[in-house]
Design a protein around this ligand. Structure first.
Ligand code: FDA
Length: 527
């Protein structure tokens, strides 16, 4: 029988019959194996639905309420390792029993792939929250950070060692290091230092055989793949060695809000030409959000230097911004991390280690890259679409270091030629199928209308802004390279083939998999 998506219903039926039998045998085998291999500690690390803390642990880092409903498929168990050997045991027992493992660091996956599964197959969640140490060597300007740490914890502990050291992470401090670095990691210092993944120099990974590999033992292909190839496909990254970067003792931030009128539209239009080209010490992003039947433009900025220096640059190169000295706030880099993590704004830096979750809601996000400035007239139409859909646009500049790095250096291929990335942000707070359908459809509709203005062939997307609309097969864990090309080229362009070949080498049976994981590509030896 030729397999295509129209066979999905039939496949699901037989799969369900088979699973009834499979679940009980494989789960028994898994629990026997994991209890034996983790011995004395097993009650502290294995949580099944019979444990009172199961739900609390499961929900602790679920960020998207869309995947925290009564009908969301739940894991047979959560394993919360306290040591690396527990992670090894989980993999070994998972392979032996054939149970799928979902690895979770910070739980921010936009489509919930770190804690749920959509193909009705039983699965285990491996929750790395307890593995979150950060060890900083300020002399060598490096650090080892475990995947379960949040970006806030990482930044905080680095800054505790020196106010001249920092790390280019994403802007939301509750995101996990594990997911962020496996997918890239874009933030306020990306124009100066690149992505988080561009600054990784070693890592410890548990492979499909349960071995712990470092950069030397895993080899350069796998080391390349884990720095941006998307989490969950190649193994479990326990820990990362990162190069720390210089941050000046004083940085400057500003945040300006304007109601959308002709001037604000012109400002956004001009921003497209400036933000990408301006000194890489300056990061200026734009948030365009519906409010009171109009759109509000908020311009946020981080400058790696003083307010006086910033004022000079802006008055020379971006006078349309109308920035005044009173809008600028000087602070330390770590304070700017708090400032940028909007939900913590105004709090002390200690809030970064409190593991406070980002406010939770229901959401659907999509992403696009823009290579040519969008005409001013077109923006007027775009605002109308967003207003109608009640959709936010978050726009972040590329250029600087992002353009200097070759597009094959890491799996993240969106380098030179990209002016900026757009994120379509749809958030809502009503529960239920109808609300979800309505909001998701509205997001897709704006995305469709944006087609003329964004990258083409492929229409590129950022893997850390995971979007299952881009393609997935009816069963999770598809092994088909051809089927996966549809979404794979959007995230990785030509790097997708290399990722699939690395996968073919390190995990040919596709044990580490989910609805959008890299399929193994095994070419004939004569190829
Ligand atoms: P989570 O634990 O859900 O993991 C994400 C994926 O990685 C899953 O597939 C998971 O299985 C896999 N994975 C996790 N840990 C792993 C490990 N140790 N080894 C192997 N695979 C692993 N991005 C960005 O670049 N810049 C930004 O500013 C932001 N801001 C932001 C704000 C908010 C509110 C959200 C919800 C998300 C972002 N993101 C972001 C996107 C974020 O980078 C992306 O969702 C990350 O994958 C989240 O990593 P977590 O560890 O939190 O997620």
């Amino acid at each position: 029988m030729k397999f295509n998506t129209s066979n999905c219903g039939l496949v699901s039926f037989f799969l369900t019959l088979f699973l009834c039998f499979f679940i009980s045998t494989s789960s028994n085998e898994f629990f026997d194996c994991i209890s034996q291999t983790t011995s004395a500690n097993s009650s502290n690390i294995i949580f099944t639905p019979n444990n009172t803390s199961y739900s609390t642990i499961l929900q602790s880092t679920i960020q998207n309420l869309r995947f925290n409903t009564t009908t969301t498929p739940k894991p047979l168990a959560i394993i919360a390792p306290l040591s690396y050997s527990h992670v090894q045991s989980t993999v070994i027992c998972g392979v032996k029993s054939g149970l799928n493992i979902r690895t979770r660091s910070g739980g921010h996956d936009y489509e919930g792939l770190s804690y749920t599964s959509f193909d009705h197959a039983p699965f285990i969640v491996l929750d790395l929250t307890q593995l979150r140490s950060v060890t900083v060597d300020s002399e060598a300007k490096t650090a080892w950070v475990e995947s379960g740490a949040t970006l806030g914890e990482l930044s905080y502990y680095v800054s505790q060692k020196s106010n001249l050291l920092g790390f280019p992470t994403g802007e939301c401090t509750s995101v996990g290091v594990g997911g962020q670095l496996t997918g890239g990691g874009y933030g306020t210092m990306a124009r100066k230092y690149g992505l988080s993944a561009d600054n990784v120099i070693d890592a410890l990974v548990v492979d499909v055989k349960g071995r712990i590999m470092d950069r030397d033992s895993m080899g350069e292909d796998l080391f390349w793949a884990i720095r941006g190839g998307g989490g969950a496909s190649f193994g479990i990254v326990l820990s990362w060695k990162i190069n720390l970067v210089y941050v000046p003792p004083v940085v400057t931030v500003f945040s300006l809000s304007k109601t959308l009128d002709a001037d604000a539209t012109r400002l956004v239009y001009k921003w497209q030409h400036v933000a990408y080209n301006i000194t890489e010490d300056l990061f200026i992003n734009i948030l365009i959000s519906p409010i009171n039947n109009t759109m509000r433009v908020t311009i946020n900025s981080l400058f790696l230097g003083t307010a006086e220096e910033l004022m000079k640059i802006v008055s020379d190169e971006f006078p349309e911004l109308g920035l005044q000295e009173k809008d600028c706030r000087e602070m330390s880099w770590i304070e700017s991390v708090v400032y940028y993590s909007v939900y913590l704004r105004g709090q002390s830096v200690d809030a970064l280690i409190e593991r406070r979750p980002w406010p939770k809601d229901y959401y659907k996000f999509k992403s696009d890259y823009v290579k040519e400035p969008i005409p001013e007239k077109a923006f007027e139409e775009i605002w109308k679409w967003c207003l109608e859909a009640n959709l936010i646009l978050a726009i972040e500049p590329h250029g600087g270091k992002m353009s200097e790095i070759d597009e094959t250096a890491t799996p993240y291929p969106h380098r030179e030629g990209n002016l900026y990335i757009i994120q379509y942000v749809m958030r809502w707070d009503e529960e239920g199928f109808n609300a979800t359908e309505k909001r998701v459809a509205a997001t897709r509709s704006v995305y469709e209308k944006m087609t003329p203005y964004v990258s083409k062939n492929p229409r590129e997307a950022y893997v850390n802004f995971r979007d299952l609309d881009l393609g997935t097969s009816c069963n999770a864990c598809s092994k088909s390279y051809k089927q996966s090309l549809r979404w794979g080229r959007k995230y990785f362009k030509d790097n997708f083939k290399r990722l699939a070949m690395v996968k073919g080498n390190v995990d040919p049976t596709n044990f580490f998999c989910n609805e959008q994981s890299i399929p193994p590509l095994i070419l004939p030896s004569s190829y």
